[in-house]
Design a protein. Structure first.
Length: 393
């Protein structure tokens, strides 16, 4: 053991130097012969290991390490070091009011989440499902109900730092990291006000955010699961308990009655285009019993045939068009029916729309930009444009 310890002390300085040089080389580096770089470093380290008692201060060869890259500056490191921890370490100084948060929300957030954070059209709701009793107890009662329809953001949120950090990093979806620090504080304050966690005149800041944490409805909702590590101390390999008494056939608990199944149109077309929740295709009769393997194979052939795979509707879904558009309903962008009506009879419309899909566009239908779809093949773009302008979508 002592010899191993001595060997590690001897090679540790070289390991640190190689690591530091590799990190420095990542900044502004191009055209470097990496194979030779790592070969030289490996030979230098092997020489120390084989020598066993090499001096800790021995330097690696000067070539090819000389003048490779440069150390990252403090400002460059700071630009990436933006995480906010549960104890709010890393939270930047700033402040934002509920009132200013409403202005930012309506300009940049409401198109996806609704004016009051309640929209279920694009994403699951941000607000809803919490009560004054939850704020007092720190546990959301509706999370224990199997019949409650949705799990909103405020129902699940146990750490306010998570909400602040996520908005700061990822929102709005089309311009992540574009919000100023005070705007992030303002948006968080507005969300908290929508959940009746803070009053209308509240100003959220780094100085009072820890106190607000103590009013989160689900602040006590975190639990610890031992998982499989508790099974003989070997996680992921002792799974016998998980493989017993498995159900061999699905059991139908409830179905829509036949007379009501398609009474309000196909539910699959009314679901929001993003997220895991999907409506059933009510144009297809309900299953009354499990399908046989032959029936499954027949359905797979009917619904995943090569011909069906390239229909314009399937192409629109695969190209993420349905994330912002729908056939007859305005989502983030205009409905396909609106586009067809606007450009009916315009001979230049096909080329114009194809260019906008390929390069992106903004301002024609509102302030929200449409991202460029430069990876789509020209034939696929033309197919989508013809389908949209035909009014058959």
């Amino acid at each position: 053991m002592r010899r191993c310890s001595d060997l590690m002390r001897a090679i540790r300085p070289s390991l640190r130097r190689i690591h530091a040089l590799a990190l420095s080389a990542l900044v502004g580096l191009s055209g470097v012969p990496w194979g030779e770089v790592w070969a030289q470093g490996g030979r230098a380290l092997n020489a120390q290991v084989e020598g066993g008692s090499a001096a800790a201060g021995t330097s690696p060869p000067t070539k090819p390490w000389t003048a490779i890259g440069r150390p990252a500056t403090r400002s460059e490191i700071r630009a990436w070091d933006i995480d906010v921890r549960p104890d709010f370490k890393g939270l930047p100084a700033g402040a934002g009011s509920v009132e200013s948060g409403q202005d930012v929300w309506e300009a940049k957030c409401a198109s996806c989440h609704g004016v009051f954070g309640e929209s279920n059209e694009v994403f699951t709701p941000v607000v809803g499902g919490t009560t004054a009793a939850d704020i007092q107890s720190g546990r959301v009662a509706n999370l224990r109900r199997s019949d409650f329809p949705q799990r909103t953001t405020l129902m699940k949120l146990s750490q306010l730092s998570t909400l602040w950090d996520y908005i700061n990093r990822a929102m709005p979806w089309n311009e992540p990291k574009s919000l100023k620090t005070d705007e992030v504080y303002s948006v968080v304050a507005y969300i908290l006000h929508l959940g009746d966690i803070v009053p209308a005149g509240f100003v959220l800041s780094q100085g009072n955010i820890a106190a607000v944490q103590q009013r989160l409805p689900n602040r006590g909702g975190m639990v610890r699961f031992e998982g499989m590590a508790a099974v003989s101390g070997k996680p992921d390999v002792q799974g016998e308990a998980c493989m017993r008494d498995c159900a061999t056939e699905p059991a139908l608990r409830s179905i829509l009655p036949d007379f009501a199944r398609n009474a309000h149109g196909n539910l699959a077309e009314q679901s929001r285009p993003l997220g895991p929740v999907r409506g059933v295709d009510t144009t297809i009769p309900a299953l009354r019993e499990p399908l046989s393997p032959q029936a499954v194979a027949a359905l797979r052939g009917a619904f995943v045939s090569p011909q069906a795979a390239r229909t314009p509707a399937v192409l629109a879904r695969e190209s993420n068009c349905l994330a912002c558009h729908a056939p007859g309903t305005r989502l983030i962008g205009p409905a396909f029916s609106e586009i067809a009506a606007r450009y009916r009879g315009d001979s230049a419309a096909a080329d114009q729309l194809a260019r906008r899909i390929r390069e992106g566009a903004q301002g024609v239908w509102g302030p929200t930009p449409m991202p460029a779809h430069s990876t789509l093949a020209d034939d696929d773009i033309r197919t989508l444009v013809r389908w949209i302008l035909s009014g058959e979508s």
